[in-house]
Ligand binder design. Structure first.
Ligand SMILES: Cc1cc2nc3c(=O)[nH]c(=O)nc-3n(C[C@H](O)[C@H](O)[C@H](O)COP(=O)(O)OP(=O)(O)OC[C@H]3O[C@@H](n4cnc5c(N)ncnc54)[C@H](O)[C@@H]3O)c2cc1C
Length: 509
């Protein structure tokens, strides 16, 4: 079996985690007969596919080489959101100091070790849901720990065991890509796979990359007391997001003391004792170097295609896109499907979850479900958060769809003002001349919670006026979308209708 990535420290929380997701005394079952479905990889996509298929009465085998729960539980969403929560507590305390005179000791810093211990405790608690024992005993899934590889079109090998299958799902996910920067490997660096093992605060943290992972962790670690510098290749952080939205996050980063080096080209990295020196060039800052204690590489994800013997079973794949699939998530071998980060551009847990449902339907029943039919929201959990669903303005332009955009700043929403969370906006795009929502972006402290209302509306073909007609409790930040609907309604009031209404009202006075 491939070596297990280290989960450290081996305290009570991490022992509980490992006991759930890779129990030391685990015995693989003895395969007998053919499985309806064999699933490779027990991350979000694999866990959901196997649980649903087993719930429908299928004989299911689930193979995991490292830890059940995959990236999301162990080194992704769960630990990052727990660290972000700790960092938001600190930001709130600092605000309380500024706004209501909470007395903090001068230069008070949070206990970094305690924040990380809290993260480990939370992660261990959540891991019970993904436990190997639960999958075997409660859900009836045969769980195999080990590396899977295809032997032929209907057999998979895990150690000495041969698993025969009718259908298979590849859900092997992705990992942090290696960066070809001179001296990086020698200097040593962290990725999402190792940063959550930290127990001591790095005084200075260099973050390479300003995508969602880089931005979320840069802000969290800054708030937990690190000096943070982010070096990134684009002119702005979160370059894929709505530019107005990303500008708000970028301004907040600067306010909070994060140094941003835009359009940076990293020439090399060298080691000076315990310090790492990042040598870069950047148009705005010329040649320069930053000295840090630790480096976090947060650029790009590489699909886990190696070691599966995909060529042997006729599955097309490559090192960038991963496994090639059609809209039914079927690989070039029609008996074998794929789901999640291994094959999709949407690299999110909820996308892997939705894809797993498609795969179970298409693999075990009629092939009817398409990936392209999904309405996919996403959120970057910086503070403020940026959440998005559907089209950006640029997508509509390139698809030749004319749109009207209704934008409401959060400072017009009373609850955002009472809560001091009035930085941000909601932007809703509708097809020109109609209330059909084609996309939207929300920036705000709770944008991730608010985006579901837009997603639900798009998925169920509820127009913007439908949101406007829905009663929202007062005061809530969700009213921002009701206000956007109000703008739409007012836009329908043509000058002629307005004149007519004016005359009618004066007649009624
Ligand atoms: C720091 C970070 C934060 C994130 N935050 C969020 C977030 O807030 N919200 C969100 O929606 N998404 C988030 N994501 C993305 C999310 O974690 C992934 O999209 C999701 O985990 C993908 O699930 P998956 O099942 O496709 O793959 P994975 O979770 O990667 O699981 C694949 C599994 O397959 C196993 N495997 C690989 N090869 C083999 C083999 N040959 N044999 C057996 N097993 C194998 C691996 O060990 C792994 O356990 C985050 C990611 C990171 C890195």
């Amino acid at each position: 079996m491939s070596a297990l990535p280290p989960i450290e420290p081996l305290d009570v929380h991490n022992r509980e985690l490992i006991g759930n997701v890779h129990p030391a005394n685990w015995r693989n079952p003895q395969p007998s007969g053919r499985y309806n479905l064999v699933v490779i990889g027990a991350g979000s996509a694999g866990l959901i596919s196997s649980a649903i298929a087993a719930g429908l009465g299928a004989r299911v085998a689930l193979v995991e080489r490292h830890y059940l729960g995959g990236d999301c539980l162990n080194v992704g969403c769960v630990p990052s959101k727990a660290v972000i929560r700790a960092s938001r507590l600190v930001a709130e305390a600092r605000r309380a100091e500024r706004e209501i005179g909470l007395a903090l000791a001068p230069g008070a810093l949070p206990d970094f070790g305690a924040a990380m211990a809290r993260m480990r405790r939370v992660r261990a608690r959540i891991s019970a849901e993904d436990a190997a024992v639960r999958y075997r005993a409660e859900l009836g899934v045969d769980v195999y720990l080990g590396d899977a590889r295809f032997v032929d079109g209907d057999t998979l090998e895990v150690g000495d065991a041969k698993l025969r299958f009718r259908k298979a799902v590849i859900a092997t996910g992705a990992r942090a890509s290696a960066l070809p920067i001179e001296g990086l490997a020698e200097a040593g660096y962290l990725t999402n796979e190792t940063i959550f093992n930290l127990t001591e605060r790095p005084r200075r943290l260099g973050v390479i990359g300003a995508g969602p992972i880089g931005c979320e962790l840069a802000q969290a670690f800054r708030r937990l007391g690190c000096e943070v510098v982010v070096l990134h290749a684009d002119s702005h952080v979160l370059p894929r997001e709505d530019a107005d939205a990303a500008a708000i996050v970028e301004a907040r980063f600067r306010e909070e003391g994060i140094r941003l080096v835009a359009r940076a080209r990293i020439e090399r990295i060298s080691r000076r004792g315990e310090e790492r020196v990042v040598h870069f060039t950047a148009p705005e800052q010329g040649d320069g170097e930053v000295v840090v204690d630790r480096i976090l590489v947060a650029v790009g994800r590489a699909p886990n295609v190696e070691g599966l013997d995909l060529d042997r079973v006729g599955i097309e794949h490559d090192a960038q896109r991963g496994v090639h699939v059609n809209d039914y998530l079927q690989t070039t071998n029609p008996r074998i499907f794929a789901a999640g980060d291994i094959c999709m551009d949407w690299k999110f847990t909820h996308a892997a979850d939705a894809a797993a449902k498609i795969v179970v339907q298409n693999a075990l029943f009629l092939r009817t479900q398409k990936l392209s039919s999904l309405v996919m929201p996403w959120c970057t959990y910086t503070d403020p958060e940026i959440a998005h669903v559907g089209m950006y303005e640029r997508d509509a332009r390139s698809a030749g769809i004319e749109i009207d955009t209704y934008q409401v700043p959060l400072h017009l929403v009373n609850r955002a003002v009472t809560d001091g969370e009035d930085e941000g906006f909601a932007k809703v795009h509708v097809q020109k001349g109609s209330d059909r929502i084609v996309g939207g972006t929300i920036v705000g402290a709770h944008a991730g919670e608010l985006i579901s209302q837009l997603t639900q509306a798009i998925a169920n073909r509820v127009g913007l006026s439908g949101i406007g007609n829905t009663i929202h409790p007062y005061p809530t930040q969700a009213e921002v979308l009701k206000r956007a609907a109000g703008l739409y309604t007012r836009s329908r009031l043509s000058p002629r209708l307005a004149r007519w209404l004016g005359r009618y009202m004066s007649w009624r006075r």
